[in-house]
Design a protein. Structure first.
Lengths: 662, 178
């Protein structure tokens, strides 16, 4: 019964969404406040209906109602409660419902917090948001109904893929979707602006914080996924350039570019059509990711069951949403009025350079991801594009970007003095070169990979350059006594930038070190034997079977010493789940300042030893720390008073020095 | 000229869509079944316990007529789902052989007694499942279509439903039987 309520609520939501997609748009055209006003309540009702539906499916999972096909295929009574709930989105149908729920949630946010929006813009944006919802509701209702019944109901379910039964991955999809779908806000506002033919600072002030929200969630989602791959797949790697990873990385790149270009629209009234393009691109790439994962066009370890009907349907959605938007863009964008002009060497110029490199980066990732498909289509044979392609194309693109990243914030708007900026950065440049040189020396010249020294130098350049810009703003060296007060009065957005850029520097250092200097040892180890990796001695003292709620784990115990002193006791395990019967690896990781000590235990050999893999992964904790700092930077920037909802008008009224904008 | 520039995203996107449309009709997963159009791998599987010695499954048994080779196991839940339809196919005169995969053969035999036996011959392939590895089996249930000359012509992953039979497997078997 509850499942039917959920299904019915979805159908009702479709009706409401259809109404919301049409009536406010018409109202905005006729300038009729009543018709436009319908958008707000409609988005509230739509959200409530979708939420009921989501709750109904969650209920079916929690009580293990196996008469629902979706629950039977993805759940089992033995599963801990957390994974019963996360099982809701651990499959195609349920994750699609989560997608729609989040989409409706963002629509709700517009109607709740958008009180100060121009009514026409609000009505149009909500209508566009509802059009997306209509598309996805049709998709779920016609091809992927999560409430389908099974008669007679089986006694127990088939269980959830054990790899997905993990706290990191339980929360990975919701974060990822909050990010993906969050870009729908920027998209809806971009389309609304194209329909109106007007993009102004108010538009950018509304779009930027929502893009920032989406960006923060997407960053969290990607990092959670990467972290999961790091400790769960048991190979010590953290990024595989898998098509599905790329599908989340491309919108991230476009969204990051959008964040920066929206600043230019807001402050300088320039780069408007470019910003609109990025808004369409960011959400377009999110949709494309959805298509790639669910259509079976590309093989990937993450792919949901491939089904051509679904593929055709999403491709249709993609054509309407993205093709339609780009068509509208081609017609309307040329007539957008551009305000502030700027010289190539200026803050705007630096942000544009960042944008172009980010977008090109997204383009190369797209090319690499789809190349196997292109090659197949044009009969060039079956090929697979692996990490070497991405490392040799994407990474070099990011080098000039990071170089410009430290210098950009020093530049003034409109026209900047490059020599002057470099002059202020010469100490930082010197230190970065020294850091690279020291790295080179410590590596023993050509013994390590040649790029490692460059990577460390870049990280130092970005980190110190960012700190130097902050120090200059608060006049840390010129007037140290006032620095604290200045730092407190610094706009939160400026703090956000400093944190996010510094976080990226930490990340680059971690990524470089862990790729260049990973140490590993794979062997068959008998109980009592010791193996030394990077100065850590691992003695296998015990391997025993441990019973879990729905698995049996063969758990090894390593006593780890460093320089003869006890360091840690590590207990990696290999779990074999009962339903479905599949093994998973549970690595044991102990983090230190300089890196992760990482141990994995595998199968038993015929001669009584165990296959063990022992690693030292240098600076990996820096990567997670860097990502965390970036996310904190995003949150701090989000709390800036000019983004606080309702604040912009008041803030501007208070600031007399700022000329009022039309 | 400037207007044409703004058309570029649309043009690029439509080109992408054209490739996707093509890609949808080409399942990349067909690639890993390296054994398609190759002879059945050499095998000689023992019969299930309590059955006549000649009811096992070997490579030679797969020659002479078109047959299905179905991978099952008593532990496999989706096999229960597929099973009634296999019984129907047997009634319709389709030759189906079974491989009891990664299973205790005693359990495999019990399972057939309980649910009915749709198979002509059943070979036991207990863990680690050597024959199934040679076949390139990825899970159960899976079904291979083998032609008169003992050549594998198709591999279906997952349960056979009436729809799968009507749209995919049935037509292949019919074509091969001509």
């Amino acid at each position: 019964m509850i499942a039917e309520i959920g299904h019915f609520a979805l159908i009702l939501a479709l009706g409401v969404a259809l109404l919301q997609a049409v009536v406010p748009l018409w109202g905005a055209r006729r300038n009729d406040p009543v018709l436009m006003g319908l958008a707000g309540p409609a988005s509230v009702v739509q959200f409530l209906l979708v939420a009921v539906s989501f709750a109904a499916l969650t209920h079916a999972y929690v009580v293990s109602d196996f008469s629902v096909m979706n629950v039977f295929s993805n759940s089992h009574t033995d599963k801990p409660l957390l994974y019963k709930v996360s099982g809701v989105w651990g499959n195609h149908e349920g994750s699609l419902l989560l997608w729609i729920t989040i989409l409706a949630l963002f629509g709700l946010a517009v109607s709740l917090f958008g009180g100060n929006l121009p009514p026409g813009l609000k009505a149009r944006a909500l209508a566009v948001q509802a059009m997306i919802t209509v598309g996805f509701l049709l998709f779920i209702l016609f091809t992927s109904n999560p409430f389908e019944r099974l008669d007679p109901p089986p006694i127990n379910g088939q269980g959830l893929n054990p790899l997905l039964q993990d706290p990191g991955l339980a929360f990975h999809p919701p974060f990822l979707y909050l990010g993906y779908v969050g870009f729908s806000m920027a998209f809806s506002f971009a389309i609304a602006a194209l329909i109106e033919g007007r993009v102004d600072a108010a538009w950018a002030r509304w779009v930027r914080p929502w893009t920032l929200v989406a960006w923060v969630f997407l960053t969290c989602g990607i990092v959670l996924g990467s972290w999961w791959a790091y400790y769960e797949l048991g190979w010590g790697g953290w990024w595989y350039w898998d098509p599905v990873e790329n599908a989340s990385f491309m919108p991230w790149l476009a969204g990051t570019a959008l964040l920066h270009s929206a600043v230019v629209v807001e402050k300088r009234d320039a780069l408007k059509s470019w910003t609109i393009f990025l808004a369409i691109l960011a959400f377009g790439l999110s949709l494309l990711g959805t298509f790639l994962v669910r259509s079976g066009v590309i093989t990937s370890v993450h792919a949901f069951a491939s089904d051509p009907t679904r593929g055709v349907f999403i491709l249709g959605l993609l054509v309407i949403a993205i093709g339609g938007s780009f068509a509208l863009y081609a017609v309307r964008a040329p007539s957008l009025k551009t305000g502030g002009l700027f010289a190539p060497i200026s803050r705007e110029g630096a942000l544009l350079l960042n944008n172009v490199l980010m977008a090109t980066g997204a383009g190369t990732v797209l090319l690499g991801t789809l190349y196997p498909l292109f090659a197949d289509a044009f009969d060039l044979g079956k090929v697979s594009v692996g990490p070497p392609f991405f490392n040799s194309v994407f990474v070099p693109l990011m080098v000039p970007m990071v170089l410009a990243m430290a210098a950009g914030p020093f530049m003034s708007w409109k026209r900047a003095d490059l020599m002057g900026v470099l002059g202020r950065l010469k100490l930082v440049l010197g230190l970065a070169v020294v850091a690279a040189g020291v790295t080179w020396f410590l590596e023993g010249g050509t013994a390590g990979p040649w790029w490692a020294a460059g990577g460390i130098g870049l990280a130092v350049w970005l980190f110190l350059g960012t700190l130097a810009e902050w120090a200059e703003r608060v006049r840390l060296f010129k007037a140290p006594a006032e620095a604290l007060g200045r730092a407190r009065r610094l706009p939160r957005a400026a703090w956000g930038m400093t944190l996010a850029h510094a976080g990226l520097a930490l990340f680059i250092a971690g990524a470089t070190a862990s790729s260049a200097w990973k140490q590993e040892s794979v062997q068959s180890q008998k109980v009592g034997e010791a193996v030394t990796v990077a100065g850590y001695t691992f003695t296998l003292t015990d391997v025993r079977d441990v019973q879990g709620p729905n698995y049996v784990a063969s758990t090894g115990t390593f006593e780890v010493t460093r320089d003869g002193k006890p360091f840690a006791t590590m207990t990696p395990a290999k779990r074999t789940y009962k339903m479905p019967p599949r093994p998973t690896t549970e690595a044991a990781i102990v983090g230190t300042f300089w890196g992760d000590v990482y141990a994995v235990v595998g199968d038993k050999d015929p001669d009584g030893g165990y296959v063990t893999r022992l690693y030292f992964n240098p600076l990996v904790p820096w990567m997670w720390m860097g990502a965390l700092v970036m996310v904190i930077g995003g949150l701090v920037s989000l709390s800036d008073r000019r983004h606080r909802v309702g604040a912009p008008t008041r803030a501007r009224a208070g600031a007399k020095t700022q000329p009022a904008k039309a | 000229m400037r207007r044409l520039f703004y058309l570029l995203p649309l043009v690029g996107f439509l080109a992408l869509v054209a490739v996707f449309k093509w890609g949808l009709n080409h399942d990349p997963r067909l690639l890993p079944s390296m054994l398609i159009d190759r002879p059945v791998p050499e095998m000689s599987l023992a019969p299930l316990p309590g059955r006549p010695a000649e009811s096992g499954l070997s490579t030679a048994d797969l020659k002479g007529r078109v047959s299905l080779v179905n991978i099952y196991g008593s532990w496999c839940i989706a096999c229960v789902q597929e099973h009634p339809y296999l019984m129907e196919l047997k009634k319709a005169g389709i030759t189906i052989h079974g491989i009891d995969w990664r299973d205790d053969p005693v359990e495999g035999a019990k399972w057939l007694k309980k649910h009915g036996d749709p198979y002509d011959r059943v070979g036991a392939d207990p863990a680690p499942g050597r024959a199934a590895i040679d076949f390139g089996v990825t899970g159960a249930p899976e079904t291979f279509v083998v032609d008169r000359n003992g050549v594998i012509r198709y591999k279906h992953i997952g349960p056979i439903t009436p729809e799968v039979w009507k749209t995919v497997l049935g037509p292949i078997v019919q074509e091969l039987s001509k």
